[in-house]
Design a protein around this ligand. Structure first.
Ligand code: ADP
Ligand code: MG
Length: 386
């Protein structure tokens, strides 16, 4: 293949992945609302049920199935790059160190895990849960490729991507990157299969073994971090996966928030959400934990209710996608009225409007749908106590 043809094929390939991603992301978004309703009502029912109720076991099954479905949609969202992220500066070495134990448990005993870490630890902006998922998916693939054992080596380093690299490889953006490379000594991948690795549901594994979602999720997460991934392999020669993540000049690491059982409160909370079931679930969860709730069914309604009750509102919870005025527009209006109003966004969709510069990251508090009553209680308390 000539170089031009190669680049063209690569472009078509990434456009195809983009289209599939948009489709998957769109479905997952609607599905998240439905799941929030199932999770919400089931949780409320469990709250009201006696601890010795014989039907509790049924309810636990419903909740556990809904949680499984949640993980599935989150996988699809990750691939569609629509998953909300919680970005923090972290060293790639510390990401690897914190997951090594888990990786060892995933790998079979005849696989030798060798880790070589760069010094100093390259810092990147990442969602650590997402990155753990990336490493786990890749380790599982390496394990499956080495049924008779072998070596999985993980290395970290830094990489200066220059325009020469970008030109010759047909991807990338010049700059400094942290590099994580996972190399296995497994069966390798032929050229034909290599073309399809990132397609959702593409698997060469037998039914029940592979889902074909491992690499698409990895791809989506890395893209969402502004990074790149390459897979080099040949049959019988093992496989090397390289992940490039934009380097940030070291910022001090934030301590990870520990999850505590939800605390009660007494504050008044304005909840703007257009789905009446979700509104009901949020109200019930909040009021049964001491909060007072004012409900709004769209952005405009939220602004009116805020104006009316602004002196006693401690927090505004805004759905991002709402009729009349979306969450962002509503937030802007509310901040014009009260510049120090506290706002918590809620969405199953990392809408671009939310992730534009200045709004994303540090300043915005965000909770991802589907939200369980516990999640919302915990997050509300955390934002109020800030
Ligand atoms: P799954 O693992 O469920 O099949 P993935 O998206 O993780 O789905 O991987 C898709 C396919 O890519 C696998 O079925 C396998 O054929 C191939 N593959 C991925 N990683 C490796 C690897 N390290 N070595 C060999 N083949 C691999
Ligand atoms: Mg896999």
């Amino acid at each position: 293949m000539t170089k031009e043809k190669h680049l063209e094929a690569q472009l078509l390939h990434s456009q195809k992945l983009d289209a599939i991603g948009r489709l998957a992301g769109g479905i997952a978004h609607d599905f998240n609302n439905i799941l929030s309703v199932i999770l919400g009502y089931a949780s409320l029912l469990k709250m009201k049920m006696g601890t010795d109720d014989p039907f509790r076991a049924y309810l636990d099954q419903i909740l556990s199935a809904a949680h499984k479905a949640t993980r599935l949609t989150q996988g699809l969202l990750a691939f569609g790059r629509k998953q909300p992220m919680d970005l923090k500066p972290l060293g790639v070495n510390s990401i690897i160190n914190s997951i090594t134990k888990l990786l060892k448990r995933l790998l079979t005993e005849d696989i030798d895990l060798r880790i070589r870490l760069a010094d100093p630890d390259p810092t990147v902006m990442v969602d650590s849960i997402n990155m753990d998922q990336v490493l786990m998916n890749l380790a599982i693939n390496a394990r499956d490729a080495m049924p008779k054992g072998g070596v999985l080596s993980i290395e970290t380093g830094t990489f200066l991507m220059d325009s020469q690299f970008v030109k010759s490889r047909g991807f990338g953006h010049p700059g400094s990157y942290a590099l994580i490379a996972l190399a296995d000594t497994g069966v390798g991948i032929d050229k034909e299969t290599q073309q399809r690795l990132f397609e959702p549901f593409f698997t060469t594994k037998e039914v029940g073994k592979g889902t074909g979602l491992g690499l698409p999720i990895v791809y989506g997460i890395i893209k969402q971090h502004g990074g790149y991934i390459t897979i080099e392999s040949a049959p019988g020669k093992g496989t090397t996966v390289s992940i490039y993540l934009p380097l940030v000049s070291a910022i001090k690491e934030e301590t990870k928030a520990v999850s505590l059982p939800p605390k009660r409160g007494t504050e008044t909370i304005l909840v703007a959400e257009d789905d009446r079931h979700l509104r009901y679930i949020m109200r019930t969860a909040l009021t049964s934990n001491g909060y007072k709730v004012i409900e709004a069914e769209d952005g405009l309604d939220a602004i009116h209710k805020f104006v009316e009750h602004k002196d006693r509102i401690g927090l505004v919870v805004l759905d991002v996608v709402m009729p009349k005025k979306n969450g962002k527009e509503t937030c802007d209006e509310i901040l014009k009225i009260s510049p120090d109003a506290r706002v918590l966004f809620m969405s199953g969709y990392a809408e671009d409007i939310l992730y534009q510069k200045g709004i994303a990251g540090q300043t915005v508090d965000f909770i991802a749908k589907p939200v369980s009553p516990d999640d919302i209680l915990r997050k509300v308390r955390a934002v109020l106590d800030k």
